[in-house]
Design a protein around this ligand. Structure first.
Ligand code: HEC
Ligand code: HEC
Ligand code: HEC
Ligand code: HEC
Ligand code: HEC
Ligand code: HEC
Length: 270
C-alpha cells in the first residue's frame, strides 16, 4: 500500500463521490455555473443538503462551507472587479478585463453621462441563485439578454453590437453601436457641442438656426453646463428631451416668445 503513495500522503479513509480536491472553488464552481452536473439530486433542491440520494447520501450542503447569504451575493460568481452589482467584466467563466463578456458593462451601470442603470435595462434581474431563469435554466452557461423591461425594448443584440436602439439614437430615431467602436464622445449619437453647426441640420426644429449663431446647448438644455459637460446625468439618455428656456423666453404650445440673443421672438414655433 505504502508504495502507491508518496511519504506523508495517505489514501482517503473511504471512497468519496467527488475526486480529491473538489472542495477547492476553482474545481467545483465551474461545473455548477456551467451546469455540467446537476448538484440538486444529492445536495438538495435548495442546495442546503439533507437530500440523501442513491448510493451517495450526504448531508453536505453548499451552506456547509459558504458564508450565510451566499445565494444573494451578486459578486460571488461574476462581477466585483469594477462594480459591486454583479456586472462583468469578471464573467461566468471567471474571465475579467477586456476578455470578459460585454466589457462595456461598467459604463452602463455607472452614471457618467446617464443614470446608473439597473441590470433590468438588459436582463431579467435575479434575486438570488435559485431565481427562475438565472443559473439553473435551460441554457447552460449562457446569459439571457432581454430588453423588455428597459427603456428601449425594441433593441436587438447580436453579440457584436446593438441595433434598433433608442439609447444610441439621436433622440429622433433609433441607432446602432458596435462593441468594436471607439469609446463614444458627445457626437457619438447626435451632434454634440463641438460639432459643426451644419451637422445640426439633422436635429429637430430650429437647432441649426441657433447653433450657427454660437448659442450653447446649455441655454435651452439645463442638464449641460456652458462648457458642454453633462451636469445631470439622470435626465440624459432617458429618451425624453430635457428642455428649459432662458428666463426671458416663454413657451406656449411649442411656440417661443420673448427677447433672447438680441432677437425678439413673436410666438415662433420650434
Ligand atoms: C451523485 C451525488 C452528487 C452530485 C450530483 C453532486 N455531489 Fe457534491 N457531494 C456528494 C457527496 C456524497 C458529498 C460528500 C463527500 C463525498 O462523498 O465526496 C459531496 C460533497 C461535495 C463537496 C465537498 C467536498 C469535500 O471534499 O469536502 C462539494 C464542494 C460538492 N459536493 C460540490 C458539488 C457541486 C458543485 C455539485 C454540482 C456541480 C455536486 N457537488 C454534485 C454527492 C454529490
Ligand atoms: C468543502 C467546502 C465547500 C462546499 C461543501 C461547497 N463549496 Fe463552493 N466554495 C467554497 C469556497 C471556500 C468558496 C470560495 C468562497 C469565496 O470566495 O467567498 C466557494 C465558492 C463557490 C463558487 C464561486 C466561485 C467562483 O469562482 O465562481 C461557486 C459557484 C460554488 N462555490 C458552488 C458551490 C455549490 C453549488 C456547492 C454545493 C453543491 C458548493 N459550492 C459547496 C467551498 C465549498
Ligand atoms: C446595457 C445593457 C446591459 C446592462 C445594463 C447589463 N448587462 Fe449584463 N450583459 C449584457 C450583454 C449584451 C451581455 C452579453 C450576452 C451574450 O453573451 O450574448 C451581458 C452578459 C452578462 C453576464 C454573462 C457573462 C458571461 O460570462 O456570459 C452576466 C453575469 C451579466 N451580464 C450580469 C449583469 C448584471 C449583474 C447587471 C447589472 C448590475 C448587468 N449585467 C447589466 C448587457 C447588459
Ligand atoms: C452561485 C453563482 C451565482 C451567484 C451567487 C449569482 N449569479 Fe448571476 N449568474 C450566474 C450564472 C452561472 C449566470 C449565467 C446564467 C445562465 O446560464 O443562463 C448568471 C447570469 C446572471 C445575469 C444575466 C442574465 C441571466 O440570468 O442569464 C444577471 C443579470 C445576473 N446573473 C445577476 C445576478 C445578481 C443580481 C445576483 C445577486 C442577487 C447574482 N447574479 C448572483 C451565477 C451566479
Ligand atoms: C434654442 C434652444 C436650443 C438649443 C440652443 C439647443 N437645443 Fe436641443 N432641443 C431644443 C428643443 C426645444 C428640443 C425639444 C424638441 C422636441 O421636444 O421635439 C431639443 C431637443 C434636443 C435633442 C433631441 C433630438 C432632437 O433633435 O429633437 C437633442 C439630442 C438635443 N436637443 C441636443 C442638443 C445639443 C447637443 C445642443 C447644443 C449643440 C442643443 N440641443 C442646443 C432646443 C435647443
Ligand atoms: C449613447 C448615446 C449618446 C451619447 C454618447 C451622448 N448623448 Fe446626448 N442624448 C442622447 C439621446 C438619446 C438624447 C435624447 C434625449 C434624452 O434621451 O435625454 C440626448 C440628448 C441630449 C441633449 C438634450 C437634452 C436632453 O438630455 O434631452 C443634450 C444637450 C445632449 N444630449 C448633450 C450631450 C453631451 C454634452 C454628450 C457628451 C458628454 C452627449 N450628449 C453624449 C444620446 C447620447
Amino acid at each position: 500500500m505504502g508504495a502507491l503513495f508518496a511519504a506523508g500522503c495517505t489514501p482517503p479513509e473511504a471512497p468519496t463521490f467527488h475526486p480529491i480536491g473538489y472542495a477547492a472553488p476553482s474545481v467545483h464552481a465551474a461545473p455548477f455555473k456551467l451546469q455540467q452536473v446537476d448538484c440538486r439530486p444529492c445536495h438538495g433542491a435548495d442546495l442546503a443538503g439533507g437530500a440523501p440520494a442513491g448510493e451517495w447520501p450526504t448531508d453536505v450542503g453548499c451552506d456547509s462551507c459558504h458564508d450565510d447569504g451566499w445565494r444573494q451575493d451578486c459578486t460571488l460568481c461574476h462581477g466585483g472587479d469594477e462594480t459591486e452589482g454583479g456586472a462583468p467584466p469578471r464573467d461566468i467563466d471567471g474571465r475579467g478585463g477586456p476578455d470578459g463578456t460585454f466589457a462595456p458593462h461598467t459604463t452602463h451601470v455607472t452614471g457618467t453621462v446617464h443614470a446608473e442603470w439597473d441590470c433590468t435595462q438588459c436582463h431579467v434581474q435575479p434575486e438570488d441563485v435559485l431565481s427562475d431563469g438565472h443559473v439553473l435554466d435551460d441554457t447552460p452557461g449562457r446569459a439571457e439578454v432581454l430588453f423588455d423591461a428597459g427603456q428601449s425594448p425594441q433593441t436587438v443584440w447580436d453579440s457584436v453590437g446593438c441595433s434598433n436602439n433608442a439609447c444610441h439614437g439621436d433622440g429622433l430615431s433609433e441607432g446602432q453601436v458596435l462593441l468594436s467602436d471607439a469609446p463614444l464622445t458627445c457626437d457619438g449619437c447626435h451632434p454634440g457641442p463641438e460639432s459643426l453647426a451644419t451637422d445640426q441640420s439633422d436635429m429637430s426644429g430650429d437647432h441649426l438656426q441657433h447653433t450657427m449663431h454660437g448659442i450653447p446647448c446649455s441655454w435651452c438644455h439645463p442638464n449641460v453646463d456652458p462648457q458642454g459637460e453633462i451636469i445631470d446625468p439622470t435626465t440624459h439618455v432617458d429618451l425624453a428631451p430635457t428642455v428649459g428656456m432662458p428666463e426671458s423666453i416663454t413657451v406656449d404650445s411649442g411656440h417661443c416668445s420673448g427677447l433672447c440673443h438680441e432677437y425678439q421672438h413673436f410666438s415662433i414655433s420650434w
